[in-house]
Design a protein around this ligand. Structure first.
Ligand SMILES: Cc1cc2nc3c(=O)[nH]c(=O)nc-3n(C[C@H](O)[C@H](O)[C@H](O)COP(=O)(O)OP(=O)(O)OC[C@H]3O[C@@H](n4cnc5c(N)ncnc54)[C@H](O)[C@@H]3O)c2cc1C
Length: 199
């Protein structure tokens, strides 16, 4: 029986044990630095303890483990490439890829939760947001205090932005957003939504 904590999600018992060891037939690990290997090993360890023993039960019970959000924050899985001043890890993109690869091995949905937060929520705020928005949202998103989602896809046009119907209007002291989105990862649990809309 694998039980690593007494959180509600982990009380959903599982007999699954994860003995994964990655064979390196093409010696690709030689291309990685000591730091990369250390990062990968620590995330692999996390996935073995916190995700793979439970994921099948969570999927069967249609359960989203809310505690995973702060745990991802703790291990630096949210926006690891962002500067330290915004709560990021200041790591390179190889590190980011390795972190996502390990989480993806555990479960694709869990990886979506992490990569949507970093690449689709934090990145637009970091790149296009005001300094005030960056300071307000990025550290909380990096730590997992906040969860975000990103909405491009629509019922009538899928993820084709040129067909997008969602629009926004500048009302002076606020924006009015009108439209519908679908298939938005993290949406049911998110505190902040980055939405695409046309003028
Ligand atoms: C689990 C999950 C999570 C998601 N999370 C998000 C999210 O967080 N935010 C968000 O905005 N969206 C999200 N999406 C939506 C996702 O990004 C889109 O569904 C995806 O990009 C495909 O776009 P589409 O639905 O417009 O399909 P299309 O691009 O229209 O594709 C439909 C089918 O047509 C085929 N096709 C497309 N173009 C051509 C062509 N030119 N020639 C031949 N065949 C073609 C494709 O291969 C496919 O089989 C999510 C989807 C899933 C399944």
């Amino acid at each position: 029986m694998s039980k690593t904590s007494s959180s509600p999600s982990h009380q959903m018992a599982s007999n699954h044990q994860d003995h994964f060891e990655s064979p390196d037939y093409y010696q690709l690990d030689d291309l990685l630095s000591e730091e990369h290997l250390m990062i990968r090993a620590s995330i692999r360890d996390f996935v073995k303890k916190e995700i793979t023993p439970f994921i099948e039960v969570w999927a069967e019970k249609n359960h989203f483990p809310n505690e995973i959000v702060s745990k991802f924050g703790m291990i630096g899985a949210f926006g690891p490439t962002f500067p330290l001043q915004y709560g990021g890890g200041g790591l390179d993109y190889i590190s980011y890829g390795l972190i996502m690869q390990e989480i993806e091995r555990g479960d694709s949905g869990m990886r979506s939760t992490a990569s949507v937060q970093g690449s689709l929520v934090m990145y637009p705020i970091y790149t296009y947001g005001s300094e005030e928005q960056k300071q307000k949202f990025l550290p909380k998103l990096a730590s997992g205090e906040m969860l975000g989602c990103f909405g491009l896809t629509e019922p009538n046009h899928g993820s084709n932005p040129s067909g997008m119907e969602t629009s926004f209007e500048d009302k002076g002291d606020h924006y009015l957003l009108n439209g519908a989105k679908m298939w938005i990862s993290n949406a049911p649990h998110a505190d902040i939504a980055v939405r695409l809309g046309k003028r």
